[in-house]
Write a protein that binds this ligand. Structure first.
Ligand code: NAG
Ligand code: NAG
Length: 734
């Protein structure tokens, strides 16, 4: 970099000095540049301050370098000098606050800019005391004077301020060290004036001390205002008032003038130097009159207050009676409470009603009667005397409507043992309405209804269902009638919860047989409708639910069988939702009589067969011994017979119940059941035949007994499971 500068300098030098011999050795470099503020960076006003800028340059040979110095204050160029010396001195002279700021110096060597010096900050303290001058010391009201405020020896940018008795009244921004102000004073007084200034230095301003005080005397203008009001005492409402306002001693002036007559906030009249006004005195207006004269910014006023005596007061309108019902006759009275008897006799006062009504009697002034008032009406009245009219405030007469006969009812359901809500309500009637509940003509309580959204709800406790009929209620919205409308007696059903439930089986538990229709009768008390539910113990879902208007209900189980065995109970409840449960009833379905008999018969048969078998056994042993051919009786059976018997026995075992019922109650042929039926028939035919013995078997060895054995065998097998099944049920005791 340094090399580049050297090279460039050399080249440029040879360019600007073409006459010279280019010498590659003539090089320079800026070693250092400094700015110093002398004598110090912080000085008092008036100190001779200089800025010294020094640049140290190294060069290869001794020759004159052209140096151009530049000094900046707050980035603005303030001084520029070309010199061949190593340093320059720039005198600021006697320092002022405005010299405060940041200074910097720069140098161009042989027209080549070099790096600048570091910035130095100069702070000058102390401002000169301002001087105030006025062109006049004594002025008249509104007269203009010139005030000049000077900041001696200061420079820079200024703000000047003028104060009247320490209150700032004006300000001005200027760039010279003095400012002129035009002042006017509108009120008579002596006042002290002074000024101050501030000098702006970036980024703030410095405030001077206060100037000398100058006293200004303001003298009154020789002007007076006269305000005359006639009459001024004992003014009555309706009197004519003449008002005159006048300006005295006014000399010719350049200023514009104006005269105003004002009452309260109302301007009654205006002019230049004379104003007159006439009016009728009224009691309800402001009583202060003001006459105001303006000249430039000089204002002069005169005021006067009169009191206006009221001739008569505004009337008031009243109604009697206080409580008015539709079609009542009412009296309206219009009256002024007071009047000025010294000016007015009572006879002079007249009253009229709006809307108009005939006076009740001519002798009673201001009393009006209204016949059979029907609708809400707004009335006002006017009192008049000596052409003065006064109106009353509006009176709204709103005739009330008598309350109608109330209706008494129960809200929701009346349930014994729970609080019962009773509503008493009239369809029409003006509010407020008082509802009173009576029990057996003894007052229970009263509810006052003030809003149409409210209802009279009474809460009572009922101890027996008949209690409810003792309640009646009364509605009342007026005090003028002794007899208030009374409701009927409260007619409502009191719901009594069931206290018990009872379950009964028909036929009774001891005599229920297979195939019977069973009726489970549930009975309960409580107010109908009652809901009954029947349950089979072990099953949480009810078998049947029925709501009845009676105290009992029944559930039919048609054609019972053993699967209906078990314990049953029922439940009952009504609107109260209190559930009562019956005792449990046990149902045992018994076998029909003929089946018992049949079983008995088979048992006998089995025993007799056993006996026969034993006898045969005994005999056959002997035959074997005799013949030597040991042929078993059992093996002699034809194989088909075995198959048939097996089939039968298995089928029968599978469907034992069906067989019994089918035998007892023949039904239309079910095609699906045909094979079973066949088997059953076979069984029975064999059963029936067996005692006699089939003729076919005669061919067999062992004759009748043998055949019987074959025939009996399946039957015995067949009935064993059945007997076992029945052992599950308790056998009826015969
Ligand atoms: C400042 O310098 C001026 C001129 O050189 C001289 O007249 C003046 O007295 C000096 N002021 C002070 C305070 O030295
Ligand atoms: C009576 O005056 C009131 C208030 O000024 C108004 O709201 C109402 O409607 C008037 N009633 C009748 C019946 O004119």
């Amino acid at each position: 970099m340094g090399l580049l500068i050297l090279l460039t300098s050399t080249l440029l030098y040879s360019y600007f000095h073409p006459g010279r011999v280019v010498d590659a050795q003539r090089l320079f470099i800026l070693k250092d540049i400094t700015l110093t503020i002398e004598p110090s960076k912080d000085v008092k006003r008036g100190t001779n301050v200089s800025l010294r800028c020094k640049a140290t340059v190294s060069q290869s040979e001794t020759w004159e370098l052209r140096r151009e110095y530049t000094v900046y204050k707050d980035n603005n160029l303030i001084y520029n000098k070309t010199s061949i010396s190593e340093e320059i001195l720039y005198p600021l002279g006697e320092a002022r606050v405005a010299n405060s700021g940041k200074y910097r110096c720069e140098i161009n060597i042989d027209d080549k800019p070099q790096r600048p010096s570091e910035t130095q900050k100069l702070t000058v303290t102390g401002l000169s005391k301002p001087q105030l001058r006025l062109n006049k010391g004594v002025v008249k009201e509104g007269e203009e004077i010139t005030a000049t405020c000077i900041a001696p020896g200061e420079m820079g940018s200024f703000f000047f301020y003028i104060y009247e008795d320490s209150n700032e009244i004006k300000e001005k921004q200027v760039s010279s060290n003095q400012a002129e102000f035009k002042l006017r004073f509108s009120s008579v007084n002596r006042r002290r004036i002074h000024c101050t200034y501030t000098v702006l230095i970036t980024p703030y301003s410095v405030k001077s001390e206060e100037s000398n005080n100058v006293t200004v005397s303001v003298k009154e203008l020789p002007i007076t205002i006269d305000l005359d009001i006639d009459p001024v005492t004992r003014v009555y409402e309706g009197d004519q008032l003449n008002i005159l306002c006048k300006v005295n001693g006014l000399q010719h002036s350049d200023e514009s003038v104006r005269l105003l007559l004002i009452q309260g906030i109302q301007i009654l009249s205006s002019g230049l130097t004379n104003v007159s006004h006439s009016m009728v005195a009224q009691a309800n207006y402001a009583e202060e009159f003001e006459c105001k004269f303006e000249m430039g910014n000089v204002v002069k006023t005169a005021t006067k207050t009169i009191s206006v005596i009221e001739l008569f007061s505004a009337p008031t309108l009243t109604v009697s009676p206080d409580e008015v019902f539709q079609r009542d006759d009412v009296t309206l009275t219009c009256k002024s409470e007071s009047y000025a008897s010294e000016r007015l006799s009572e006879d002079e006062l007249t009253y009229t009603l709006d809307p108009p009504q005939t006076p009740q009697t001519p002798s009673r002034k201001g009393v009006f009667s209204v016949k059979s008032l029907r609708i809400e009406t707004n009335y006002t009245c006017v009192a008049e005397a000596m052409r003065i009219k006064k109106r009353s405030k509006t009176l709204t007469v709103r005739p009330k409507i008598f309350v109608s006969t109330p209706k008494i009812s129960v809200v929701g359901r009346a349930i014994l043992g729970q609080p019962v809500k009773i509503l008493c309500q009239s369809d029409i009637g003006s509010l407020p309405i008082n509802y009173t509940l009576f029990k057996d003509f003894v007052e229970v309580s009263t509810i006052s209804i003030n809003r149409s959204s409210q209802q009279a709800h009474f809460e009572v406790n009922i101890t027996s269902p008949e209690d409810i009929k003792q309640y009646i209620c009364e509605a009342s919205n007026n005090h003028r009638h002794n007899k208030q409308p009374l409701s009927e007696k409260l007619n409502a059903i009191v719901i009594v919860p069931p206290s018990y439930a009872e379950l009964m089986a028909v036929p009774d538990e001891s005599g229920i047989y297979e195939g019977d229709d069973l009726y489970l009768l549930c009975r309960a008390d409580g107010t109908p409708p009652v809901t009954f539910k029947w349950y089979h113990v072990g099953n949480n879902l009810p078998l049947y639910t029925n709501t009845s208007n009676d105290y009992s209900s029944s559930y039919q189980v048609p054609s019972v069988s053993k699967e209906h065995n078990g314990r049953y109970y029922c439940e009952a409840f009504n609107h109260v939702n209190k559930v009562v449960r019956s005792e449990e009833v046990t149902i045992e379905v018994q076998m029909v009589l003929w089946k018992k008999a049949l079983i008995g018969g088979f048992c006998l048969l089995a025993v007799s067969v056993l006996v026969v078998v034993c006898v045969l056994c005994f005999r056959s042993k002997r035959v074997v011994m005799d013949s030597g051919a040991a042929v078993s009786v059992w093996t002699k059976r034809p194989p088909e017979e075995d198959v048939a018997i097996d089939e039968e026995s298995s089928m029968v075992t599978k469907e034992p119940d069906v067989e019994y019922t089918e035998v007892v109650h023949p039904r239309p042929v079910d095609p699906a059941r045909v094979p079973l039926r066949k088997g059953t028939d076979t069984v029975y035919s064999e059963l029936q035949n067996s005692p006699h013995g089939p003729a076919d078997y005669h061919d067999y060895h062992g004759s009748v007994e043998y055949a019987e054995l074959n025939g009996e065998q399946p039957e015995v097998n067949h009935y064993h499971p059945e007997v076992n099944n029945f052992q599950d049920l308790p056998m009826p005791v015969d």
